[in-house]
Design a binder for this molecule. Structure first.
Ligand SMILES: Nc1nc2c(ncn2[C@@H]2O[C@H](COP(=O)(O)OP(=O)(O)O)[C@@H](O)[C@H]2O)c(=O)[nH]1
Ligand SMILES: [Mg+2]
Ligand SMILES: [Zn+2]
Length: 300
């Protein structure tokens, strides 16, 4: 088979439907591919997010066949997706007011899985500076980048785009906070830069029922999925929880009792910091609630 090698190219699976995989190749677009023989050969099923090698079968119709799945950096089960670099956690400054407990669960989940998070408060429209400032205070020690955007007024969209550049990002957050609006704006930036969108992707209208990566730049992808919307913190021990609150770190080892869980132990440096306003009381209250949940779980 002469010339077969130069028909092999690399891309990323952005969508999988009914036995077809849609593979995005930088500068070329999206190829509709089968994965003939891959399962038999490697014993694994391709996932959205997989970096793959494809053999082009028809350049004009953009059809190909996946011949190799490249090693995975990580793999999430729900939603089923591979190679997530970071999470973008989106809440609104108001309308709806942020649900702090849910927000903190997202952050804890990402921390516990070692996935870096960017926290984005959308709907930071003109006139909402005070609410935004309060949120900045609550989350200043949370260990992730905090960004304020307004999809409506197109504020800080370039900054957001810069944080997502070259990465595969899972977007998480409750409905109504503006996730789809932000994604649309990010896609507009791609359209303006490249003057085109991938035709195979453009065909269907977006549904968020399946894991699907949306191309927002040459090597930048974002995944919108409701699979992240309800969360139980349950796959670690209660003693571990404190390590997922980065603002507690400066006080670790300073409590009277070794192995203090910062709940009701006397002489607790974390509780003292909460009382003095060095750790925000909202973050601590959510810590307490999650801790109790993890403790209750033990009884069953
Ligand atoms: N005031 C304001 N409204 C916004 C903003 N972004 C989105 N919205 C509105 O909020 C509603 C929900 O937006 P949508 O993008 O569908 O949210 P999703 O459910 O998180 O995907 C829509 O009516 C949007 O027009 C914003 O920055 N400011
Ligand atoms: Mg949406
Ligand atoms: Zn303590």
């Amino acid at each position: 088979m002469t010339g077969a090698d130069d028909r092999m190219i690399q891309g990323k699976i952005v969508k999988g439907i009914a036995g077809f995989y849609y593979v995005h190749v930088v500068e070329s677009g999206v190829y509709e591919c089968k994965a003939k023989g891959i399962f038999r050969k490697d014993g694994i099923k391709p996932l959205v997010g997989d970096n793959v090698e494809i053999e082009i079968l028809d350049e004009k119709d953009m059809e190909g066949n996946i011949t190799e799945i490249l090693p995975r950096k990580n793999e999430l089960i729900r939603p089923a997706v591979a190679n997530i670099d970071q999470a973008l956690v989106v809440f609104a400054v108001k309308e709806p007011d942020p649900h702090f407990n849910l927000l903190d669960r997202f952050l804890v989940m990402m921390e516990s899985k070692g996935i870096p998070a960017v926290l984005c408060f959308n709907k930071a429209d003109d006139g909402r500076e005070e609410q935004a400032e309060e949120l900045r205070r609550i989350y200043e020690g949370c260990g992730c980048t905090v960004l304020f955007t307004s999809a409506k007024e197109e504020k800080n969209i370039e900054e957001l785009s810069a944080l997502l550049k070259g990465k595969t990002t899972a977007i998480a957050g409750p409905s109504g906070v503006g996730k789809s609006s932000l994604i649309n704006l990010l896609q507009d930036e791609v359209r303006m830069e490249t003057g085109s969108i991938s035709r195979k992707i453009a065909r269907g209208k977006h549904t968020t029922r399946h894991a699907e990566l949306i191309v927002i730049g040459d090597d930048s992808y974002i995944m919108d999925t409701p699979g992240f919307s309800s969360l139980y913190v349950n796959d670690f021990e209660k003693e571990e929880l404190k390590y997922y609150f980065p603002e507690f770190a400066p006080y670790e080892g300073k409590c009277r009792f070794h192995g203090c869980d910062h709940i009701h132990e006397p002489g607790c440096a974390v509780k003292e910091a909460v009382e003095e306003g060095r750790i925000h009381k909202i973050r601590y209250a959510d810590y307490e609630e999650m801790y109790r949940e993890l403790k209750e779980r033990k009884r069953y």
